[in-house]
Write a protein that binds this ligand. Sequence first.
Ligand code: NAG
Ligand code: NAG
Ligand code: NAG
Ligand code: NAG
Ligand code: NAG
Ligand code: NAG
Ligand code: NAG
Ligand code: NAG
Ligand code: NAG
Length: 687
Amino acid sequence: MEKSSEPVVAYTARPLRRRPHGYWFITGAALLSLIALAVFPQLHPGVLRPGSASSSTDQFVSHSEQSEDKNSPYGRFPLKDDPFRFLPCTPTTLPPPLDDDDAEQTWASRFDPDPDHWSWGTTQGQEEEGISKGDPYAGRGIFLCGYLDVPLDYTNRSDSRIARLAVTKFQVSGLARVGELATNSSAGKKSERTIVIEPGGPGGSGTSYAWRVAENVTARFSDSTFDVLGWDPRGVNASLPAIACFPYDASRDHWSLLSNLHYAVSESPRQQLEFADAMNAAILRACWEKHGDLGRFLGTGLVARDLEQIRIALGEGELTGYLVSYGTGIGQTYASLFPDSVGRVILDGTEYVRDHRLRGGFGWTALDNATDAWHDGFLGECVKAGPEYCALAKPKDGKPVTLSGLEARMNALMGSLAQRPIPAYLPASGPTLVTYSALVDNMYGALYNARSWPALAQALFELEDGNATLAASALETSAWYYDPEAPCLPTPATGSDVELGTLVICADQYDAKDPDDLDWWLSLWGNMTTKSWISGNSRLYNVLPCRHFLQYWPDPVGVYRGDLNHTLRHPVLLIAETYDPATPLRNGRRLLQEMGKNARLLAHHGYGHSSRDRSQCTERIARAYVLNGTLPDEQETACYADKKPYLYDVEHKVASLDVREPKDPLKVWEEHLVELSFVNPRLRHVS
Ligand SMILES: *[C@@H]1O[C@H](CO)[C@@H](O)[C@H](O)[C@H]1NC(C)=O
Ligand SMILES: *[C@@H]1O[C@H](CO)[C@@H](O)[C@H](O)[C@H]1NC(C)=O
Ligand SMILES: *[C@@H]1O[C@H](CO)[C@@H](O)[C@H](O)[C@H]1NC(C)=O
Ligand SMILES: *[C@@H]1O[C@H](CO)[C@@H](O)[C@H](O)[C@H]1NC(C)=O
Ligand SMILES: *[C@@H]1O[C@H](CO)[C@@H](O)[C@H](O)[C@H]1NC(C)=O
Ligand SMILES: *[C@@H]1O[C@H](CO)[C@@H](O)[C@H](O)[C@H]1NC(C)=O
Ligand SMILES: *[C@@H]1O[C@H](CO)[C@@H](O)[C@H](O)[C@H]1NC(C)=O
Ligand SMILES: *[C@@H]1O[C@H](CO)[C@@H](O)[C@H](O)[C@H]1NC(C)=O
Ligand SMILES: *[C@@H]1O[C@H](CO)[C@@H](O)[C@H](O)[C@H]1NC(C)=O
């Protein structure tokens, strides 16, 4: 139990502090431990805030574990008239079930009055200062958890069903102690604007994303003056109802070796397509059996309406947002539906949602720059960085490595892998395989985040050398949804980003006009993999299930089909990257073309998906926009990443004169997979 309740995404840039977990890490197993926790709170060390403050705070905050008094030194939560019903986050602040007739009461009873159990922001030196002044929480932000009920169907008043959206907010001003408000009117208040964030997917969890990046986002874009709020879109993660079409994660996994087979290793692509298609038919049937007409209510048009409800609940006249990847699709749809509500909205890693109306569009529109990213980036920057920083640049047979030589070596390695998988043994999982398909999908995932490159280069180098251990370990890390190390409990799966993602993508292209027979799909598969052997397969499998969508949900609700050129209250800022493996710059430019004066584009020259390859120039423009509403005059501005892959931390090391201690590649890879789980959850788990 202990293991499954570890926060998977809890590590921020400052890993020393472990968060006392919001609901985002609650797995089925953890739920049982929550029940245990309610009965025996002392059994669960994770709930006590770790770190030096825990012990020292006891001197200042009087509280008692068994206290029936639900008043804290900060008063009682939720506050009256708070539409999100925020409580300071603890492990129990999960939205109440939909069939709970007294949901508000259930929710209120989850308030834990002990501030030492809450998730406060990092201290940045204020903790010591605070302690000396008698208050360890003074001047610290806090994570608040809440939920918002919205109509499942905005277009049908006689349908009373709701979606219950989980939200997590980082409030920069923290909380005000009882009585403090009289002396300091800004403590514990919401900020003037709230930066609403969405990481992508479809299927990425906005609440988990908030836990991971909220403090960084408010620092980056608003000098830590604006609150940050993330929500789980309908069907996702802690929002209810949660979508999963397999009763157990293990059932989903047992298909996976066969279901993601790549074109290059399919004896007969046609037969493989028949297999995958039959399996998709079975899965969508299961979605129907389990969720009935819910599949009608998950499209991006309804998600955008939910976002408007969030803005209204925030009480802000216009939306401030940082929406990434598929989140930019939500943003484009939002701007078109609610042009008068658009405030300072950044769309980073820009899609062009019009493409997603076409058959397979979500797949084929993503391919432009993945191969370049592999060639110029992963391989090219490796050679430039040299053997000290990239294993693949180590001289081979005494000869220095050239880009063309390295590319030929990798082609040979992949060619031999396509002939036959490489067997491996791992103490943790026993017998295992390095397969072509799994490796290429992982290579594709690596292109999203150049920080993963040294680890992947090390794994490929060793694999080439006949040692498959590291490669197999890296693949195992992402292979399964089911965690074989978790205790065997009869716990059904919670939400699944795979099936949810499918239903969203398919709803958005429901009325596509292209033919839909397997011959057409076979031709598309060939074309996509010709264009990009790295991303073509993964992207095809994202869209192929849509063949079976209309059979069950012919009339998805609220899908947006209008133009994207509405006159907005305020122009949006698009950021698109030259080497983005998922949202090519070309798409950002096409969107800009359509939006005209209602947008500006930052062409961000760098590697990876969205602007994670940091550029001072991009940061400066984005901050001026979010803080002041100012935009470049030019339609398009170029910005260049500050550093090169493989060399991100080099100066830092030199400066601190520490002996170059290589990072554990598996640790680097695990961190990368967490990052990936937000923007493309389906790549987080590949066969
Ligand atoms: C939400 O997402 C987090 C991070 O991916 C995961 O650990 C957690 O189990 C999810 N919670 C639910 C209720 O699905
Ligand atoms: C509206 O909701 C009612 C009640 O659920 C349902 O009977 C009706 O079919 C719905 N109308 C449409 C157009 O979906
Ligand atoms: C008032 O509260 C804000 C937000 O917590 C804090 O930044 C500020 O320092 C406080 N001012 C005083 C005078 O305590
Ligand atoms: C945000 O995080 C990035 C990468 O983790 C880091 O380089 C940057 O300095 C952080 N920015 C702020 C303002 O904290
Ligand atoms: C990205 O793809 C486009 C084709 O759509 C191409 O023109 C451009 O050169 C590519 N970018 C890079 C950096 O290779
Ligand atoms: C194979 O690689 C693993 C992981 O990098 C390493 O620990 C091990 O020592 C290597 N084995 C041999 C025989 O070199
Ligand atoms: C694949 O490419 C060929 C040649 O360009 C084209 O004729 C065909 O229509 C494409 N197939 C699909 C499904 O787009
Ligand atoms: C949007 O573009 C369409 C053509 O696609 C045009 O007819 C319409 O006038 C434009 N609307 C605005 C507000 O510019
Ligand atoms: C915002 O505007 C103020 C006043 O014009 C200016 O001093 C400040 O530098 C601007 N901030 C940014 C981030 O551009």
